[in-house]
Ligand binder design. Sequence first.
Ligand SMILES: Cc1cc2nc3c(=O)[nH]c(=O)nc-3n(C[C@H](O)[C@H](O)[C@H](O)COP(=O)(O)O)c2cc1C
Length: 269
Amino acid sequence: MKMTLEQLWQARYGWPPEHTPAAALATLLAHRSVRAYRREPIAASTVADALAAAQSASTSSHLQAWSVIAVRDRERLQRLAAYAGDQEHVARAPLLLVWLADWSRLRRMGSAAQQPTDGIDYLEAYTLAVIDAALAAQNAAIALEAQGLGIVYIGGLRNQPEAVARELDLPSDCFAVFGMCVGYPADTGAIKPRLPAALVLHEERYQVCTDEASQIAAYDQRMRAFQSYQGRSDRSWSTIVLQRMRDAAALTGRHLLRPALERLGFHLR
Ligand SMILES: Cc1cc2nc3c(=O)[nH]c(=O)nc-3n(C[C@H](O)[C@H](O)[C@H](O)COP(=O)(O)O)c2cc1C
């Protein structure tokens, strides 16, 4: 059954909105990561629409320093699933979009024009391309979700960035920022609660809420209830996020990202 905007807001925050949310928010508030898909293939026109949405996103200095690879080959999906830490939903997805920070096109343009492209060798350029790829991807995600498809991002591809680059024949100066599984949902999952807006929104300047700790404790309770409703571990959100960022070992290989990026052509000066 379709949820109203007020119900979606309540699911996200645990309390109803104090105003009437804009109708345009319906798709955004209804977001949930989808990891089980029907067998139904994704039409080429659906991918074309997602790409148009992606290319409609803002892009730093109009540089368009991103690309995307649509992967459907089952064996390739299985290999990518393994690189991403054996994520079964990657192997089973009808479609995986791999979003790339891509300076290779501008390098080729520079070489053809016999002009230097040294600006690409800086951390700023890496950051810019990653932001561009993320903005494009999120626009595509919304377009797909608006048409009834489900998505889940796959940051796990950064566990083994060089293996992923080889699998996808990426040129130098090109990096797979994350994947995105796409498919028609085969489950009816729930909307995951977020932190209270008051902890995230600051007015005029950064001010830590005086009751930050108690608001996080209350959120932990909501997340515990959500997790146990989902049949998952009832570890609190705080426990999970602190564990996730505890040390290099908890980064599942991604602590080696910087040298891997350098080998992929990103100098990060
Ligand atoms: C950049 C990024 C990378 C992510 N990587 C993974 C991943 O590798 N595997 C996965 O199952 N979910 C992944 N997720 C999904 C998050 O776990 C999910 O968005 C978060 O738990 C919030 O849940 P929701 O999307 O259902 O609201 C990723 C999300 C983002 C934004």
